[in-house]
Every structure is written in structure tokens, then in C-alpha cells.
Design a binder for this molecule. Sequence first.
Ligand SMILES: Cc1ncc(COP(=O)(O)O)c(C=O)c1O
Length: 411
Amino acid sequence: MALLNENYLKLQAGYLFPEIARRVTQFCEANPDAAQRLIRCGIGDVTEPLPRAAVDAMHRAVEELAHRDTFRGYPPYEGYDFLREKIAQHDFRNRGMQIADDEIFISDGSKCDCGYILDILGDQNRVAITDPVYPVYVDTNVMAGHTGAATQDGRYEGIVYLPCTEQNKFVPEPPNESVDLVYLCFPNNPTGAVATRGQLSRWVEFAREHHALLLYDAAYESYIRDPEIPHSIFEIPGAHECAVEFRSFSKNGGFTGVRCGFTVMPKAVKGQTQDGRSLPLHPLWQRRWSTKANSVSYPVQRGAEALYTDDGKAQVRALIDHYMGNARILRDAAVGAGLKVFGGANAPYIWVKTPDGLTSWQMFDKMLHELNVVITPGSGFGAQGEGYFRISAFNSRENAEEVARRLQTLG
Ligand SMILES: Cc1ncc(COP(=O)(O)O)c(C=O)c1O
């Protein structure tokens, strides 16, 4: 009989979103009237339609595939040059960062990249992960066998957790011990926190000193409003020798369903072999793509390219303005309801302290039963998330305003 990857059995049962879905379904079945007025501010999925520039570009690309002289088969493994060039130029070189076109690898989303990256990294790395956190970093390490068993508080043995608390404004300083891999995500999901240039510089300094690799998830960079906050780890001098960055078209272009993202893999980033040789990651990443995948479909890559046109940029800005308008409405309403609120200023997530010492799940049930609003319990993102909940600004304006009204009635 085929043997299983038993690391999967270590994963905690009842992953956050299935458990939310279970409670919501149960509530709706028991309360069909309340179910009619249910508003979901839980999962961080976009709600607004795709930018017209992307839609038109995808239509044109599909039409090209319908004709012999413009038909295309397999794309290049690393993505089409037309898209890699636009990304490197607009997102990096125009902003003063020296990133070459061939350091961009197109993928079907940054969630996937966060998992795939482990293919080219060793099994013995000491891994540091912020807490609370986007659960994918932890779970992919569990699946790859990089951790021990789960402990009582939902953590895993072997991971170095970096607590993100009110005291450190949800941005941890580097630890006092040496680690090999560090996952950082700014603007942060779930806390909505952003890291300053000084804070990121300390992480780059740490990585260089300890020969650590920073895995920097910038999926929400387009939500940054404060001009002083870096959009990319590569704005920090020295980062191109110790960092890999994950980016996504999901939350700027609304591509959560279309699927497209990319990794920035600088050629100067190196890892070590068991016998002490220092080798670049870039060729391994290239090899990973050419062996295991065939990139992303041509129409999707054309759609992503269109986000860099003048029209595309304006439409993306309008989408982000829409969600950030929601964030302001929800933030103000939560403050008005007497809640202690974080985030929501440079990120589409509002991180709220539960009142009266309620646990995250008690607050989830209260919001569901009293306001018929679905939020995400903070404890689902890690032990340090206990006592908080996340409100997502991904919604229609009408829903955001209605949630704001209901928050004023919170008992
Ligand atoms: C921090 C973070 N990274 C990555 C992703 C996934 O992005 P994608 O849709 O590109 O896979 C998400 C999605 O919610 C996220 O919150």
C-alpha cells in the first residue's frame, strides 16, 4: 500500500475558514430570517469586478488563440517576457530598485509561490514566522516536514514564533537567536500593520549578519497610503542579497479568481549546501519552474500586463480607493462603537481587540448572532491572535456602510 506523507496528519483539524463556514451554515439553518441579512466580512476575497483594461486584454488574447497565425501553445516556464519586463520596470526600476526582467518569475498566485519556495530550500532550516500570520507559511512548512507536532496552543514544535503584539505595534524586531528563514508580510494580513524603513532595515541587517533568507510577502503593497512606508523589501539597501519577494495581482487587479502573481528572485541571493558551498537560488528556482510547471495561461498574462497601462493603473487605483474607503468607514465605526482598533490605514484589514475579555471565537459568535456579520477570529491566525478579530474591507460600499450602522448597536 502507498505510504502517506504523514506530515499532513500533523495539521490542525478544522482549519480556520472551514470552521467559520460550519458555524455560519449552522446559524443560517437555525435562523433563516437572520440569514437573509447576513454580511460577510470574513475571508479576504475581493468583491468588485475586474478592471476593464484587463478584461479587454484577456478578450483580445483569447481571440488571438483562435487563429492559426496568432495561436500560442506552452508559455515560457518563467512567464512571458512582455509581462516580466512590465513588472520589473514599473514596480521596481521606476521606483529606484535594480531588478532585472529575468529576476521576475510569473506564477498562478503568491499563495502558491509561498508553498513552492520550499521545493528549493533544505529540510534543516530554522524557520521564523510571525504570529499571528497568514496560515499558509506555517502549514506549508508542516506539510514539508519542517516542524514537530502541534502543541496545545495550536503552535508547532520547531518553529521560532515572532510575537506581533500591541506593544511592538504588530511589527516584531529580529530575534536574539540565529534563524535561517524568516517569513515577513507587510502590509500584514491579518493585523493590517506596516513596517517602516527602519524596521525593515533592521531585518535586512539581521539577515545579512546571520546569513538568513527573508521571504517577504508584499501581496498588499498597493494599499500603502503613507509615502514613507516601503512597498518592497528591495527598497532597503542590501536586500537583493538576502530576500525573495512574493507579489500578487489578486488584491490590486482583483485577480483572486483569474490567478496571477510573481516572485522576485534576485540573482545575488544565495543558500548553502551541506558541505558549505554558497550557491545562488535563482537557477534552482528556474529549474523548479521548468520541471514542475508550464507557467500561466497567455490570456491571464495579457490581462496582468494590461494593469500596467495608463487605463489599467487608473482602474486599479479606483479599486483600491474603493476598498480603502470601506476600510475607513469600518474603522471609524469600530472606533465609534468603543472598540480598540488597529490597521486599516495602509491595508484592507482592520484588526480589532475583542471587548470585555471575550475570546476571538466568542466575539465571532456575538457578531454573527447579534449583528449577523461574519468576521474572522484572530486566534485562527495564531496564538497571539487570541483576543482579536479581523474585519475585511473587501466588500461593496453598501455592505460596508450597513456593517458600520450595525456596529453602533453592538451590545
Ligand atoms: C498575505 C497573503 N499572501 C498571499 C495571498 C494569496 O494571494 P494569491 O491570490 O496571489 O495566491 C493572500 C491572500 O489572501 C494573503 O493574504
